[in-house]
Design a protein around this ligand. Structure first.
Ligand code: ADP
Length: 782
């Protein structure tokens, strides 16, 4: 038992800096003690050298015991602390660590361990973090703090009383860089009459170093154990195969460790793998592959990432492997650590995705082609080419049924190494395997192995001649387009996708895509057929219209002469027989002359109308006032007779057109306004307004007007609303007007009522809104 009484008062001893204490030798200590005794003979008798030596030996012994306790294989900190506690006759020992905290903040104390003389009531749970203020007061203290009683530190008194502490010594613990790490605190529930001796303090200093080492070791071991547990967990439970390969002196790769997944994937037991090389375990091709990869990693000496295909009994597998070389102290690669993952499914999914995207883009590009051109040739060329790429087929072609029994290959995409079928003709029988009729139901036919199938002779012959080993055939059906919804679709031909080298199974995904594609192609064919017919009809219509126009012209032109003769002779007859003929016959003759004249007028009008379609006029830039003025000049007599008031616009624009046509247009409209005048004094107003891209002209009268129900038909040829007796005319004037306006790319319409009169409207494009060439008269229909 060491007590303070046995030691001399601290003030009478030579000061030894704490740092030097740990290096104090026994000899130095004894010399020091003897010297001090000599100098201080007035003080209580100094301890004898024997006492001092004993004391030193005692503390040395404590240090050794403490050190041994902490450096044991499985050290028990409690036991070690008890050695200190008993040697220092203290109630309690606490080891505190100052936890590092963010810059500026105060470090927090964490009690790492505690020993108590009274084992029944331990003061603290050593693991719990506490932030006691009395503990916090030691933070940053570099020197040993000794409290003999409350008077030494009155500010801590109440807290120390709370903790049942009357005296203590707190020795700072430093880390290897001499930075504060924590404190070793020995506390008592009774006041200490004296300070601890330097021997005691020296022992405690050594103890703090041992404690710090212990915790560093403890933490390292704990971290190591945790990381070992983590890695062994990963290795054991990883879904990836993990292995370690040793490289022996003969440069053989020997399996040293494999995880359970490795055994599971290879269907082998661990004992069948460990200690063996790949060629002892796996089929030769697989072993050669593995050895090659291991060798590459060994040779390069760097991490290798590989993706390899292996043929196992359960099928082909794709493995993604990572090989890491492990070196010895001399840098020599001695082992290879590997991990690998079966990515077969992943790769298949990726491939399926690529295929799917490709199929979608094929559909999109076909649709685009169809929209762009409606050209079957272009569409078929794209279809066969894209189909070949998508299915990695050797040959894709379209066999077009020509006469119901025979057909020709009109489009083909094929690899270079095989025989072309382009422009070859084949009978239907070449594609008939006994169930040809299913093509009419739009069904796809597939064959994955022609050797396994027993096909009719002609079909088999065609396949063998062109080296086909498997195929898919899509029928192309088009609607009959005869207007009857019940009519059977027509088989236009077959699209054949052929494999010539390797047999290829057709996945459901591929077949569904083929069906989609088939549907799309059939729609395209139907639409192209419709357009073809539409174009045919339009050409036919244009041709028949032209013929009609020609006929109208020829008829009106050629009829003029005989009619003139009839008219002349009728007039001659009337002149010569005026005296001899009875009045009734004369009346008849008069009718003949009159009707012949009318017929002549109608034929003239028809001829004029026909000429609008047959005569080609070059449109030029003209002042629209000129044709209007000419029309008024031509109508001068009628204007005078009718006493018509004509109001003209101040400004009339330049337009692109033909002056004689426009004169005719104005003359017809103004002439009608005069002809169909009413009882009131006639007023005619011509208005011209600029619109966004055209000029709007109006010819407004206050005449008899037109009832709404007749307003549409007045523009049709020979349509009149009055008798010749009421208003003479041919009924062709407005038809001519409509045609002239149409030739100028304008529009004409009428607004009228029988009270206020009639307004004819027509538009003509503004000169900058149209190019002159595009306005040249064409064969547009009225
Ligand atoms: P026509 O005047 O020779 O009969 P048009 O083709 O010029 O032939 O006119 C067709 C019909 O339109 C006329 O018969 C007439 O009934 C009606 N019509 C044309 N212009 C007017 C008008 N300004 N006012 C009233 N009716 C008109």
């Amino acid at each position: 038992m060491i007590t303070e009484q046995t030691l001399p008062p601290t003030s009478h001893r030579e000061y030894i800096p704490p740092a030097a204490l740990s290096t104090f030798t026994l000899e130095q200590t004894i010399r020091l003690l003897f010297n001090s005794g000599d100098r201080q003979s007035t003080f209580p008798p100094a301890p004898t050298a024997t006492d001092q030596l004993q004391l030193h030996l005692k503390f040395t012994q404590v240090t050794v015991q403490f050190s041994q306790a902490l450096s044991a294989l499985n050290p028990n900190l409690e036991t070690a602390l008890s050695i200190l506690g008993e040697s220092f006759s203290t109630n309690r020992i606490t080891i505190v660590q100052w936890l590092p905290s963010p810059a500026g903040a105060i470090a927090k104390p964490k009690i790492l361990a505690q020993w108590s003389a009274d084992t029944t009531t331990p003061s603290y749970d050593p693991i719990t973090n506490i932030a006691d203020t009395w503990l916090s007061s030691f933070i940053g203290q570099k020197d040993i703090v000794q409290i003999r009683n409350y008077a030494d530190h009155p500010e801590l008194q109440s807290q120390l009383i709370d903790q049942d502490i009357a005296s203590l010594i707190a020795v700072p613990i430093h880390d290897e860089t001499d930075a504060p790490w924590g404190h070793l605190i020995l506390s008592n529930d009774y006041p200490a009459p004296q300070f601890h001796s330097e021997f005691a303090i020296h022992t405690l200093k050594i103890a703090t170093e041992l404690i710090h080492h212990y915790f560093v070791r403890y933490c390292t071991q704990r971290d190591l154990a945790a990381s070992e547990a983590l890695y062994s967990g990963i290795v054991l439970h990883s879904a990836e195969v993990i292995f370690l390969v040793n490289i022996d002196t003969e440069y053989n790769f020997i399996f040293e460790m494999v995880n359970p997944t490795y055994c599971e994937k290879t269907h082998l037991d661990e004992s069948e793998i460990i200690g063996r090389s790949p060629e002892d375990i796996f089929p030769l091709p697989c072993a050669i592959n593995l050895n090659k990869s291991f060798h590459a990693c060994y040779k390069i000496g760097e991490t290798l990432l590989l993706e390899e295909e292996y043929q196992f009994s359960q099928g082909q597998q794709i493995w993604r492997t990572c090989l890491i070389p492990i070196r010895d102290r001399l840098g020599q690669v001695i082992k290879i650590q590997g991990s690998a993952r079966d990515v077969t499914q992943e790769r298949h999914l990726e491939m399926a995705k690529i295929r799917h995207n490709r199929q979608q883009s094929l559909l999109a590009s076909l649709t685009l082609k169809i929209l762009e051109s409606w050209q079957m040739e272009a569409m078929l060329a794209t279809t066969v080419e894209e189909l070949r790429k998508t299915f990695q087929a050797d040959r894709v072609f379209f066999w077009e049924l020509v006469d119901g029994q025979e057909g020709e290959v009109t489009a083909e995409a094929a690899i270079n190494t095989i025989k072309s079928m382009l422009h070859q003709t084949f009978p239907m029988a070449a594609f008939d395997r006994g169930d040809f009729n299913i093509f009419y139901q739009g069904e796809i036919q597939i064959c994955i192995d022609i050797d396994a199938a027993k096909f009719p002779k002609k079909h088999d012959q065609m396949l063998r001649t062109y080296g086909v080993v498997g195929y898919a055939v899509l029928p192309i059906l088009v609607s009959s387009l005869d207007g009857n919804p019940n009519s059977e679709p027509i088989l236009k031909g077959l699209i054949c996708v052929q494999q010539c080298h390797t047999m290829k199974p057709w996945t459901t995904d591929e077949l569904s895509f083929l069906r989609h594609l088939n549907h799309q192609i059939c729609i395209a064919f139907n639409q192209a057929e419709l357009i073809r017919r539409q174009q045919q009809n339009a050409t036919e219509l244009a041709r028949s219209n032209q013929e009609l126009e020609q006929f109208a012209y020829v008829a009106s032109h050629d009829l003029q002469e005989p009619l003139q003769i009839v008219s002349n002779y009728a007039q001659l007859l009337r002149k010569r027989s005026e005296q001899s003929l009875e009045p009734r016959s004369l009346r008849y003759l008069h009718h003949i002359v009159k009707e012949t004249k009318r017929m002549q007028q109608q034929i003239n009008a028809l001829l004029q109308y026909s000429r609008l379609n047959t005569d080609r006029k070059q449109f030029t830039l003209i002042d629209s006032k000129i044709p209007l003025d000419r029309a008024i000049a031509n109508l001068q007599l009628k204007i005078k007779t009718s006493q018509a008031q004509i109001h003209l616009p101040k400004y009339l624009p330049e337009i692109v057109g033909d002056a004689s046509y426009l004169r005719c247009l104005w003359q017809n409209l103004l002439g009608n306004a005069i002809k169909y005048r009413g009882d009131r004094p006639l007023e005619i107003t011509v208005i011209c307004q600029q619109q966004e891209t055209s000029w709007l002209f109006q010819v407004k009268d206050n005449g008899i007007g037109i009832a709404p129900e007749h307003q549409k038909r007045i523009f049709r040829i020979f349509q009149r609303l009055h008798t010749q007796a009421e208003y003479p005319g041919t009924g062709i004037g407005l038809t001519i007007c409509k045609r002239i306006v149409a030739l100028h790319k304008g529009e004409i319409w009428v607004e009228s009522d029988t009270t206020n009169g009639t307004t004819f409207y027509f538009t003509l494009p503004q000169k900058n809104a149209i190019c002159i060439n595009s306005l040249s008269p064409s064969n547009d229909l009225v």
